[in-house]
Every structure is written in structure tokens, then in C-alpha cells.
Design a protein around this ligand. Structure first.
Ligand code: PEP
Ligand code: MG
Length: 875
């Protein structure tokens, strides 16, 4: 019989895949002899089976769960559903990768009307017993039956009002008992059935809810953002309860072994006396700092900090721990590698190497490449910041600077973010807000501490966040808030500083990020380990220079059509497009030539002797044709033709499907003079810079959208003929390369042919994905949500390379290309070149380089190092 359930004492820290992170760590802490309330873990395989069986827990697994309840009863000496000595448990999800706040927890399971009575007697603390009971009903209703928190909170507020008190803690046993019964009535009213009184029914309901929550929309969204496969499933942990709410000698808290915002080596966290776990994270009461525990309970503090040190040394990483104190006794409820800001991640990785806890390879694997983004994003301009006066201050929950228009709901923020920058302002956030948080430049909450949902999630996203800003008086109904005697309405601009917690009315100028001291050292390690080269996609000297600062080793794609978007240039470009005769076209090209040559010179200078790939024109025509009446009139005048004539030409050029239209090499085939001009611009610029700067430049000319060898042959011969002539005339012996993009599926599968004429391939995976799937890259967004909902896709294939299909085309072309030309240079320049998972694939198939936008260069450097390290360990 297959085993689906494991006591904590049967597992260990290496069993993450089966037991999930939480389960594996609970097992490991148990093995280390730490004070862990005992329990068992239902494996991720049980979750997968639940889905295979049509969302049912099989009889076999149900039986095993009951068997383990029996074992837990023996261990604890308590009995499930018993009146005398009831076993109460918590039920919590725990996936392989931590997904904070994504799934739900149920505490105090096992109580019913009778058990709670005897529990009250046994503990001699009826207030505590009924508080536990009402919490259980509330969580169970919300999580298992999805009744919704709000109804219960309204009942609590009503009760407090009736009693004339402010805090939950001011309600007495009788009030809480009444509330528990009101909650049960609410449950019945909403669901038409009694609240389950059997502990076993409660348990099965809760386990199913955890399995179900694996596929709730926020979990799916979180997985998509973090590349977590849906096939992993979640484990469920059933743990005997300990109570932080029995009175003043009890409490609960969360703490990190190092500061998760800065990386400083010092215990960091919060606790609340007389409270249950959710109270700290939910930010309902303001917690105390962990070092204040020293004054409240010195022995417990000592014990906890010793455990914290031991855990960090054991896991060789910063730990994020949850604990409960029950009547003066400490219990560890969980530990995991803590989420941290990018700056903290670098500091911790570098410090742990210096402390001898990690090897360089291990340290490199600890930092999530996408996190580096946060170091590369704007901060407030120092002078502008000095001149501004904060109107309020909250907790500096996630660093960075943000300014934007205020919106009060996730939906409004998402909608508004399509047009402008937004700051999401909430009383407190919950997992339902996650898409809105992601769409916002910054997040501001009125309630909550440094470990509140908003803080934890924003840090993970690298989004600026100020939390717990109690100075703000929210008026959600009227879509505004009041602060420092002023009213800020929806759509008004504010600025928030996630590094100081300050809030400002209006916009404050931002400046580029500066990288911390640890960045250079860490990235140098990454550069040593990686074998992939990192190039950048850059179309201007400025972008090229920025990319070099971030560590780019060359340009993998210079999109020459992008050099003509500026107002004074687009006219010449349009003139060329609408020309009807070769003569007209040559006249327009004459105007374009000096602009291109000048840009190429700038780019060559910025790049020094680093390789530069220049792609010939690939303009989807609709992006360049004039549409505006004034533009059309001006162009007609420039060209000396009538407006009617020009309108006629524009309408003749109309294409139903411009993405598959007259672009790429097709343009150079119909109008060879375009390729001629571009070759001239590239080669002359290279010769000029060779002469002026003494640089040995070897330009790489790239022909786009080739599907057939004859297309490449035709365009290449124009390039070679023109280039050789110019080089000869100049009296130099400059070398240059001619290659092609592999972005049409036909080119990929005939790459052996294509390689005869191409000295390099660059995979244009944007078009390869477009044509491989037959998805229009401009329109696919409209259907992706339906694909996610129906579980057809887990991620956007335009962001993360589809390894099985498009990747196979890439692999085929790599193999075929190398067969013909063993030394062929291979790279990728589609958007995937900056995506860590796709970079891993590029490393696997043996590309020479990846190329991505300048701001993603550091991410690519780290991702390439990680890919190399993983490949080495897999061997
Ligand atoms: C591509 O298709 O992947 C590519 C890089 O070219 P573009 O995005 O310009 O079509
Ligand atoms: Mg393309």
C-alpha cells in the first residue's frame, strides 16, 4: 500500500517534494529535538491523487489519516473529539516552495458545543475556551465553506458596540460564547446546514479545503509569477494545538534570524501576548518588537534566540520562524528560509560566505535573479526629497520609491495602471489584492506590521510598500483619505518611500537606483561561474552605455527600425516606405543614411570592442505609416506629391496581418537598395570608429525573418557585395559577419541549409513563439486569462519559453546549424533572453549567449550562473 501520511518524526528536511517545505522543516526540527507540537503531514502525492480522483479523498487515504490521528492521540495522550481530554489540531497547507499567505490555516479544530464546555472546565479558563471556539468556527466557515470573513467581523463589531468596548480582548467568556453561537447560526443561514460537530468530519473538510486552495485564483496567480508548476500540489500539516491565548503568560510571534529588509545579523520580529498566530500577521493589534520579549519573559527569550541561532546554522540560511508560548512554555510552529529584500538577499549571501556557512555556488543559488530588479529601480531624487515634507509616516516595509495616483481597491488600481502609475492604498491587504499590488508602483496600508501580508508580499515582489500608516484616516465610501488636515481623493498623486516609511502628497522626482556594495562582489562571483555570455538588446548609444554599466558583454540585437521613432526622423522613414519609385526611395534613403551611420558610430563607441549585432530593418508597416491628417499633409509636401496620391499609396500598403506581412528580409528583397544603404551605414560607421578610436570592430549584420535559404542568399549577396566594395575603397582589412535570425519555424527545421550562408544564428523567440503557436503577439493577451483559468497554460509563452514546443524548434536548429558549421555562433534575442527559466534552457541547449534589455542584464548574469551551477551538479 502506498504511504501518504508521515508523522513529523518519520520525515526529514530533505523531503520537501513529498512533505512540502513546512512539513519537511517540522520533521527536521523534531529530529533536532526542538519543542515542536507533534503532528503529521499528508503528502503532496495525496493532493495530486485528490485531483486525479476528481477532487475526492480516496478511502485508502482517509483510512490512513484516521490511523495517524490514532498515533497522534497516543503521542499526546489526548483524544480527538473527546470530552475529557480533547485533542485539538491546526490544519495548514505547505507546498514545496513557500507561498506566503496564498493558502489558508485552520486553528482549534476538534471543538464542538460539548467539547468546548469541558475544555473550559479543564483549563479553568472559559474565556479562552470560547475565544478558541469562535475563532475556529470563523476560520472554518471562511476557509472550508467560503462563507466570507466579513459577516463574522460584523457580528464581532456589533457585540463590541453593545458592550461599549473597543478591543476583542475586552469581551468576556459569555460574550464569546454568545458570539460562537451567533457564528454557527450565520453558518447555517448561509449554507443551509448545521456546522459540523464531529471532529473527523471537520478534519476531512479542512484537508479538502487545503487541497482545493492549491487551485484558488490567488495561488494560481502566485505560481505564475514565481514559476511554480501546478503539478506539484500542496501537502497538509495536521499539528496538535498549543495556545498563545490562554492568558498573560502566553503569546505568539514571528521572527527572522536576520533583518529581512537590510540583511543585518540580528534577531528581528514581533510578538503579541495573549493572542493566536493570525493576530500578528493580520495586523489587528500592534505587536511588540521581539527584543522586548527579553523584558516580558527572559527565559523564553533566551531559549528562543538559542533555537534561532541553531536553526540558522543548521539550514545555512536566514530563518523565518513562528512560535507560540503556552503558559510560559515555548513551542516552535514553523521555520523556513525567510523572504527578504534584494539588498538583504545580497548582504546575507555575501555574509554567509564570509562566515563560512555557504560556498560561493550555494550563495549564488540563494538569490532569486528576478529580485535584483528591486536594486535597479528608481529612488527619490535626494534634493527633491529634501524639499518635500512628509504628511505621515508608517513602517518602511519594502524599500524603493513610488509615486502614482491613489486607488483604493485592487480592481481600480489594475484598471488605472493601464494608463498611469498608481499607488494602492488599503486599510490592510489580503491575498485577494495580489494582482492590484502587482499592478501598483507602491502599496500603502493603514494597518499591519513588518510581517503583515502587505509587507511580506511587497518585499517578495520588490514593490515599494509603507505599512501600518495609522496617521491616515480612510474614507473608503467617498474614495478618499484624510491626512494632516488634507483630503486626498482617488486619482490624486502621492509619493511613498518604502525605505523610510514616509508619505508625501504630490509627485517627487525619482532617480536611477544605485547598486549596493555587495552587488559588485556577488555579481563578480556570478560572472566567474557562468559560461553563457550576456549581451543586450539596445538601439541607442544611451541604452548601450547603460547596459555596459550593468555588465553587458555585447549587443545581441540592435533593432534598426527603432532608430526612427523620433519625430524628426520618422518623416524620412515614412518617405522611404511610401516611395513608389526606386528614385524616390533612394532619395529617402540618402536622408536616412547619415542618421543611421551616426547612431552606429555612437553605439560602436559605447561598446568598445564588444561584439555588436545590427539587425536590418524589420518594421511591421502599420507601426510606421502616417495616420494623422497633418502628418499625411506634411509628408505629401516633403515628397512633392498630392495628398490624394499619398492617401492612395497608404491604402495600397494596408495589410490585413502586418506581423506576417511585408517586414524583415522581405522588404530588402523587394527593395534591395534598403539593404544596400544599411550595409553602407554599418560598414562606414565601423571604419570611422576604427580610425577615430583605434578600436578593432567586427560588426555583425543580421538578416531578419528568414524562412528559406534563398531569401538569405539573396540579401546576403547584396550585403557582401556592398560591404566588400566599401572596405576595399577604404583601404582597410576590416572583418564583418553576416548571420540571420531564426524566428520563422521553417528556418528552424531547415537550419542545416540556412547555416551554409549564416555565420551566426540569433533566435528570435518572440516571432518563433508567434509563428510556432500561431498566436498573434499583439493580441494574445486577450485570451491568456482564459487559458490560465482552464489550466491550458500556466505561464505566458511570450515571457517564459515553451520548452516542449518552441524550445524543441530551437534545439533542432542548434543541432542542425552546428552540423553544417561547427563553429557557428548561437544566441537568443527574443524577450526570453532575460527570463531566468528560459536562460536555463538556453544554457542546456548550448547557446553561446543570451541577449536582453539593459535592466535585465544583471538578472541574466545571475540566472546564467545558476544554470551553470545546476548543470554541473546534475552531471
Ligand atoms: C523576435 O522575434 O524574437 C525578435 C527579437 O524580433 P522582434 O521582436 O523585433 O520581432
Ligand atoms: Mg522578430
Amino acid at each position: 500500500m502506498h504511504k501518504y501520511v508521515y508523522l513529523f518524526s518519520e520525515g526529514n528536511g530533505n523531503m520537501r517534494e513529498l512533505l512540502g517545505g513546512k512539513g519537511a522543516n517540522l520533521a527536521e526540527m523534531t529530529n533536532l529535538g526542538m519543542p515542536v507540537p507533534q503532528g503529521f503531514t499528508i503528502s503532496t502525492e495525496a493532493c495530486t491523487k485528490y485531483y486525479e480522483d476528481g477532487e475526492k479523498i480516496s478511502g485508502e487515504i482517509e483510512k490512513e489519516i484516521y490511523e495517524y490521528i490514532g498515533k497522534l492521540e497516543k503521542i499526546t495522550g489526548k483524544k480527538f473529539g473527546d470530552m475529557e481530554n480533547p485533542l485539538l489540531v491546526s490544519v495548514r497547507s505547505g507546498a514545496r516552495a513557500s507561498m506566503p499567505g496564498m493558502m489558508d490555516t485552520i486553528l482549534n479544530l476538534g471543538l464542538n458545543d460539548e467539547v468546548v464546555e469541558s475544555f473550559a472546565k479543564k483549563t479553568g479558563n472559559p474565556r479562552f475556551a470560547y475565544d478558541s471556539y469562535r475563532r475556529f468556527i470563523q476560520m472554518y466557515s471562511d476557509v472550508v465553506m467560503e462563507v466570507g470573513k466579513k459577516y463574522f467581523e460584523e457580528l464581532i463589531d456589533k457585540m463590541k458596540e453593545e458592550k461599549g468596548v473597543k478591543l476583542d480582548t475586552e469581551l468576556d467568556a459569555n460574550d464569546l460564547k454568545k458570539l460562537a453561537f451567533q457564528f454557527k447560526d450565520e453558518y447555517k443561514a448561509k449554507l443551509g446546514e448545521e456546522f459540523p460537530s464531529s471532529a473527523k468530519d471537520q478534519l476531512l473538510g479542512a484537508i479538502k479545503a487545503v487541497f482545493r486552495s492549491w487551485n484558488n485564483p490567488r495561488a494560481i496567480y502566485y505560481r505564475r509569477m514565481n514559476d511554480i508548476p501546478g503539478s506539484w500540489g500542496t501537502a497538509v500539516n495536521v499539528q496538535s494545538m498549543v495556545f498563545g491565548n490562554t492568558g498573560d503568560t502566553s503569546g505568539t510571534g514571528v521572527a527572522f534570524t536576520r533583518n529581512p529588509a537590510t540583511g543585518e545579523k540580528k534577531l528581528y520580529g514581533e510578538f503579541l501576548m495573549n493572542a493566536q498566530g493570525e493576530d500578528v500577521v493580520a495586523g489587528i493589534r500592534t505587536p511588540q518588537r521581539i527584543d522586548q520579549l527579553k523584558d516580558v519573559m527572559p527565559d523564553v527569550y533566551e531559549q528562543f534566540s538559542a533555537i534561532a541561532n541553531r536553526l540558522e546554522e543548521h539550514y545555512h540560511d536566514m530563518q523565518d520562524m513562528e512560535f507560540t508560548i503556552e503558559d510560559g512554555k515555548l513551542y516552535m510552529l514553523q521555520t523556513r528560509n525567510g523572504k527578504r529584500t534584494a539588498a538583504a538577499a545580497l548582504k546575507i549571501a555575501v555574509d554567509l560566505v564570509d562566515e563560512g556557512m555557504l560556498s560561493v555556488d550555494e550563495a549564488l543559488l540563494k538569490v532569486e535573479p528576478k529580485q535584483l530588479d528591486a536594486l535597479l529601480h528608481p529612488q527619490f531624487d535626494a534634493a527633491a526629497l529634501k524639499a518635500a515634507t512628509p504628511v505621515a509616516s508608517g513602517l518602511p516595509a519594502s524599500p524603493g520609491a513610488a509615486c502614482g495616483a491613489v486607488y483604493f481597491t485592487a480592481e481600480d488600481a489594475i484598471r488605472a495602471s493601464k494608463k498611469q502609475k498608481v499607488v494602492l492604498v488599503r486599510l490592510e491587504t489580503s491575498p485577494e489584492d495580489i494582482e492590484g499590488m502587482n499592478a501598483a508602483q507602491g502599496i500603502l496600508t493603514v494597518r499591519g506590521g513588518m510581517t503583515s501580508h502587505a509587507a511580506v508580499v511587497a518585499r517578495g515582489m520588490g514593490t515599494c510598500c509603507v505599512a501600518g500608516c495609522g496617521d491616515i484616516k480612510m474614507d473608503e465610501e467617498n474614495h478618499c483619505f484624510n491626512v494632516a488636515g488634507q483630503t486626498v481623493k482617488e486619482g490624486d498623486f502621492i509619493s511613498i518611500d518604502g525605505s523610510t516609511g514616509n508619505v508625501y502628497i504630490g509627485e517627487i522626482k525619482t532617480v536611477d537606483a544605485s547598486l549596493t556594495g555587495d552587488f559588485g562582489r556577488f555579481m563578480a562571483w556570478a560572472d566567474e561561474k557562468r559560461t553563457l555570455k550576456i549581451r543586450t538588446n539596445a538601439d541607442t548609444p544611451r541604452d548601450a552605455a547603460q547596459a555596459v554599466k550593468f555588465g553587458a558583454e555585447g549587443i545581441g540585437l540592435c533593432r534598426t527600425e527603432h532608430m526612427f521613432f523620433e519625430a524628426d526622423r520618422i518623416r524620412a522613414m515614412r518617405e522611404m516606405i511610401v516611395s513608389e519609385t526606386e528614385e524616390q526611395r533612394r532619395a529617402a534613403l540618402e536622408k536616412l543614411l547619415p542618421m543611421q551611420r551616426g547612431d552606429f558610430e555612437g553605439i560602436f563607441k559605447a561598446m568598445g570592442e564588444r561584439p555588436v549585432t545590427i539587425r536590418f530593418l524589420d518594421p511591421p508597416l502599420h507601426e510606421f505609416l502616417p495616420q494623422d491628417k497633418d502628418d499625411i499633409e506634411a509628408l505629401a509636401k516633403d515628397m512633392g506629391i498630392s495628398v490624394e496620391k499619398l492617401n492612395q499609396t497608404i491604402s495600397d500598403l494596408h495589410e490585413f496581418n502586418p506581423m506576417l506581412g511585408h517586414r524583415g528580409c522581405r522588404l530588402a528583397i523587394t527593395y534591395p537598395e534598403i539593404a544596400e544603404m544599411q550595409t553602407r551605414a554599418v560598414i562606414e560607421a565601423a571604419i570611422n570608429v576604427r580610425k577615430s578610436e583605434g578600436l578593432n570592430i567586427v560588426p555583425e549584420i543580421m538578416i531578419p525573418l528568414v524562412g528559406h535559404i534563398n531569401e538569405l542568399h539573396f540579401v546576403r549577396s547584396i550585403v557582401v557585395e556592398t560591404a566588400d566594395r566599401i572596405i576595399k575603397e577604404s583601404g582597410t582589412d576590416m572583418k564583418y559577419l553576416v548571420g540571420t535570425m531564426i524566428e520563422v519555424p521553417r528556418a528552424a527545421v531547415t537550419a542545416d541549409e540556412i547555416a551554409k550562408e549564416a555565420e551566426f544564428f540569433s533566435f528570435g523567440t518572440n516571432d518563433l513563439t508567434q509563428m510556432g503557436f500561431g498566436f498573434s503577439r499583439d493580441d494574445v493577451g486577450k485570451i491568456l486569462n482564459a487559458y490560465y483559468d482552464k489550466k491550458i497554460f500556466e505561464s505566458d509563452p511570450f515571457a517564459r519559453l515553451d520548452r516542449d514546443g518552441i524550445g524543441r524548434l530551437v534545439k533542432t536548429a542548434v543541432d542542425l546549424g552546428r552540423k553544417t558549421r561547427p563553429d557557428i555562433k548561437l544566441g537568443i534575442c527574443g524577450e526570453h533572453g532575460g527570463d531566468p527559466s528560459s536562460i536555463e534552457f538556453c544554457n542546456e541547449v548550448g547557446l553561446n549567449y543570451v541577449s536582453c534589455s539593459p535592466f535585465r542584464v544583471p538578472i541574466a548574469r545571475l540566472a546564467a550562473a545558476q544554470a551553470a551551477i545546476k548543470a554541473k551538479t546534475q552531471k
